[in-house]
Design a protein around this ligand. Structure first.
Ligand SMILES: [Zn+2]
Length: 156
């Protein structure tokens, strides 16, 4: 018996949009130990995606990328952003006006560093992706300011 208010049973699946087939699929959340993530990621990817680091502006490999394709989570491969929503924000970080689906990301208040921001996480594995701001282009008005280190680009 599952009592209301208790944590969801381990293994409960979450809905994630597959951007290639444009279908929502129920998938298992991805949880790994720091040692397992370290074995899979580069030191920079680990620092940014698992420890909420921030890459230096203009240092990442995707801040100027313009090719069509999908940006996926470096940790678990979840589709996150379509290149059609990418725009040149001038900030030196890859910037998008919308995720492929609100299902695929999680937004949490972030008051670290004396700032009031909204952190963007991968909904499937909890990877830190970056922050979202309200100064993006219309129609969404959002600027998803991401770290290249948390993303893997796949040409379409
Ligand atoms: Zn992920």
């Amino acid at each position: 018996m599952i009592l209301p208010g208790l944590e969801k049973p381990k293994g409960s699946r979450i809905p994630i949009l597959n951007a290639r087939t444009n279908t929502v699929e129920d998938v298992d959340p991805v949880t790994k130990t720091d040692d397992e993530w370290r074995a899979q990621l580069t030191p920079e990817q680990f620092d940014v995606a698992r420890k909420k680091g921030t890459e230096y502006a203009f240092s990442g490999k995707y801040h100027a990328t313009k090719e069509p394709g999908i940006y996926r989570c470096v940790c678990c491969g979840t589709d996150l952003f379509d290149a059609v929503t990418k725009f040149d924000s001038g900030t030196g970080w890859p910037s998008f006006s919308a995720p492929v689906s609100g299902l695929n990301i999680e937004l949490v208040p972030d008051r670290s560093g004396g700032l009031s921001r909204t952190e963007v996480l991968c909904a499937r594995c909890g990877a830190h992706l970056g922050h979202v701001f309200d100064d993006g282009p219309l129609p969404t008005g959002k600027r998803y300011c991401m770290n290249s280190a948390s993303l893997v680009f796949e040409n379409s």
